[in-house]
Design a protein around this ligand. Structure first.
Ligand code: NOJ
Length: 666
């Protein structure tokens, strides 16, 4: 990643911003001065508070750790050093929702020491114009070269109960729940990101950045005001095992006034380290189809048998379809030994180098190469991460030798290796090993059943996309019938803030005779719009080739980019509707997507994001007046219009509907 050189580094060392008796106050503000973070040390206890303009965002909130051997790093501290610095750079993403990212913040670090024990702890705070981040560092010190974290005592204390969009931690599978909207005092223990709307009109998102060799952060609340950190434990109860010096992930809070500002926040990415991969030329966003939806719809099987999906003949048919319709890749699931029996329990039977006899890897990879189509590999582990690790080098080598540059990984199981949470330090270590090993073989990763993303794609841009969301596959088999129409108006402002989502839309056939009680609850126009609304550098067109119709909607799916110069939310109410515009990275074209929940609606959007010098041809796919998700999902209209940046567009959205627009400068 290129670093732009206008960075200013300003170091000012101050000892004690203000200190009276056994009380000290230390403050750092955002570059625009609107957000202020104050740390108070009173009688040895350390608290922080946050304000924006005249509003209290967080009231005194505790910080610290409880370690093994009764080491209590929550009290009896004095501040021995304070450092301030300002930072300003603009860096370029190899792929993303925007090319250039401004990274501008003021930082304050506090060195703390306990009076009696002499134990040291460091706190680093960064305040950006869009929110705050802070992390702990435990230095290597006398009598402490390693530690076991029993609890992290980080609090985010709200002045009053807020509304929250949340999913439960631990209980449901792999973060694949529908988001609930409740007051914070009715929340369970929740995963982050958790999105809050306060009564004074702020949108706050608590999450973490750079989750490295640590456990994922969850939050629980006793009274709806105090949100406390709850790290996912090991099966033995400890939270984190570390050799010192160690540092925690960044604890982050985006502070915004509109839902759209949440999407334009770069806080999480900025709190990750720059790329460790120097040559990123092999990392390429793209669109893919796959031998996949057929298994979820029970037309095909992953395992061998009369309905096996991944046969040489079928894969070649998919390759032909991809080549004819300019898709970059074909995902193939169920090609290798291990799927027979209950693979979610016996994942350790998976071989990652031994294909089923009816899958001829040599023939298929040569055919794909000749047609200019990438094979997308698949490593389902069934949660048996040790079995996977024992074959990992060979597995990536095998794919590399067969021209595969993208691998989808999967961890379907209650716990990893039968006992550890996916979001535990155990899981975090495993997922990192996969990303790093894949990078060695120049392989990009699409990780399903992940630990919640935290912006690591900045450091490892081969980590393209992840699941960790209730995606469109639930519409094939979920006993509750599938995702309700509002789901996709919520996830961009919740899970989507943690990073790209492999949601897998692109359906043309909304029902399935094999599982008649489920369906995809959108209109066709909404399927197209979702490619603009939900961001991923790898996007799937998930339906069976035989279901696609060569019409304007399919044409839009083929043309819509997956890598953007810029992205803007034009209008949104979380849970109701979203309108997003994105500019292509490789041309002057803009794309706009609008989606709604179960309610039809009319919106007016200003086109002032377009370049004033151009007239554009707007190619508009909209719901027909009679369309709706339930009875007439296929009804759409296609219109072409000349527009300029001074124009507005009236958008009609059917119940469960959407609109997709391509703007081509003339
Ligand atoms: C769950 C994944 O989300 C899905 O995409 C995949 O097809 C199955 N696991 C099998 O690996």
């Amino acid at each position: 990643m290129k670093q732009y050189s206008h960075l200013i580094l300003l170091y000012v060392i101050l000892i004690f911003s203000s200190c009276a008796g056994d009380k000290g106050e230390y403050q750092v503000s955002s570059p625009d001065g609107r957000i202020k973070l104050k740390v108070e040390v009173e009688k040895g206890n350390v608290f922080y508070t946050v304000t924006k303009d005249d509003n209290t965002i967080l009231v005194p909130s505790a910080l610290g750790y409880r370690l093994h051997n009764n080491i209590d790093l929550t009290a009896n501290f004095e501040v021995v050093d304070v450092k301030h610095r300002s930072y300003n750079e603009t860096w370029e993403q190899p792929w993303g929702e925007r090319r250039l990212v401004e990274n501008k913040y003021d930082e304050m670090s506090l060195d703390l020491r306990q009076k009696k024990t002499g134990y040291e702890l460091q706190l680093i705070f960064r305040v950006f114009n869009d929110g705050i981040g802070f992390r702990y560092k435990i230095p290597s010190q006398k009598g402490l070269n390693e530690c076991v974290i029993l609890d992290e005592i980080t609090e985010f204390n709200l002045p009053e109960v807020a509304d929250a969009w949340w999913i439960p931690a631990y209980k449901e599978k792999f973060y694949e729940s529908l988001y609930k909207l409740t007051p914070t005092d009715e929340m369970d223990t929740v995963c982050t990101p958790v999105t809050l709307q306060t009564h004074d009109g702020h949108f706050l998102v608590v999450h973490e950045a750079n989750l490295t060799d640590y456990a994922a952060m969850n939050l629980f609340s006793r009274d709806g005001r105090s949100l406390s950190c709850d790290l996912t434990p090991w099966s033995t109860g400890e939270k984190v095992k570390a050799t010192l010096p160690m540092q925690s992930p960044w604890r982050t809070m985006i502070i915004a006034e509109t839902p759209g500002e949440l999407i334009s926040s770069n806080l999480m990415l900025n709190l990750n380290e720059p790329s460790e991969i120097d040559d990123t030329s092999w990392i390429k966003p793209g669109k893919y189809i796959g031998i996949w939806w057929g298994m979820h719809q029970k037309k095909y099987t992953w395992s061998q048998g009369p309905d096996h999906g991944a046969t040489t003949k079928n894969v070649m048919r998919y390759i032909d379809f991809a080549a004819a319709n300019s898709f970059d890749g074909v995902l193939v699931e169920g090609w290798n030994y291990g799927w027979d029996g209950d693979w979610t329990v016996n994942g350790d039977k998976f071989s990652f180098t031994k294909p089923y006899p009816d899958f001829d890897m040599e023939k298929i990879s040569q055919y794909a190469g000749a047609k200019g189509v990438q094979l997308i590999g698949h490593h389902e582990t069934g949660g048996a991460s040790q079995n996977y690790e024992s074959q990992m080098e060979e597995a990536f080598k095998y794919y590399r030798e067969h021209g595969v540059h993208v691998v989808k990984t999967g961890y379907v199981s209650e716990k990893l290796d039968g006992k550890e949470f996916h979001s535990s330090q155990y899981g975090v270590r495993h997922y990192r090993k996969v990303i790093e090993t894949a990078a060695k073989y120049q392989i990009m990763i699409d990780n399903h059943e992940p630990v919640m993303p935290s912006g690591l794609q900045r450091t490892f841009p081969n980590l393209m996309t992840q699941e960790g969301v209730r995606g469109q596959e639930w519409d094939a088999w979920s006993t509750d019938g599938g995702n309700p129409p509002e789901h996709t108006t919520v996830v961009p402002f919740t899970r989507g803030l943690a990073g790209p989502m492999d949601f897998t839309f692109g359906t043309f056939n909304f029902t399935n005779p094999v599982l008649p009680d489920t369906r995809v609850r959108t209109t066709l126009a909404k399927q197209a719009a979702l490619y603009v609304i939900i961001y991923s550098p790898l996007q799937m067109a998930s339906d069976l080739p035989e279901n696609y119709i060569q019409n304007e909607v399919f044409d839009f799916i083929k043309k819509v980019p997956v890598n953007w110069e810029d992205s803007r939310v034009l209008d949104a109410v979380i849970g109701d509707y979203v309108v997003t515009a994105r500019k292509d990275r490789d041309s002057e074209e803009w794309y706009c997507g609008a989606i709604t929940d179960e309610n039809g609606r009319k919106l007016e959007i200003s086109l002032d994001f377009l370049t004033p010098a151009y007239t554009y041809e707007a190619q508009i796919i909209s719901d027909e007046p009679k369309a709706d998700w339930e009875k007439h999902p296929m009804l759409y209209e296609y219109k072409v219009k000349q527009v300029k940046s001074t124009d507005s567009l009236f958008i009609h959205l059917a119940p469960g509907g959407g609109q997709a627009i391509r703007f081509i400068p003339e």
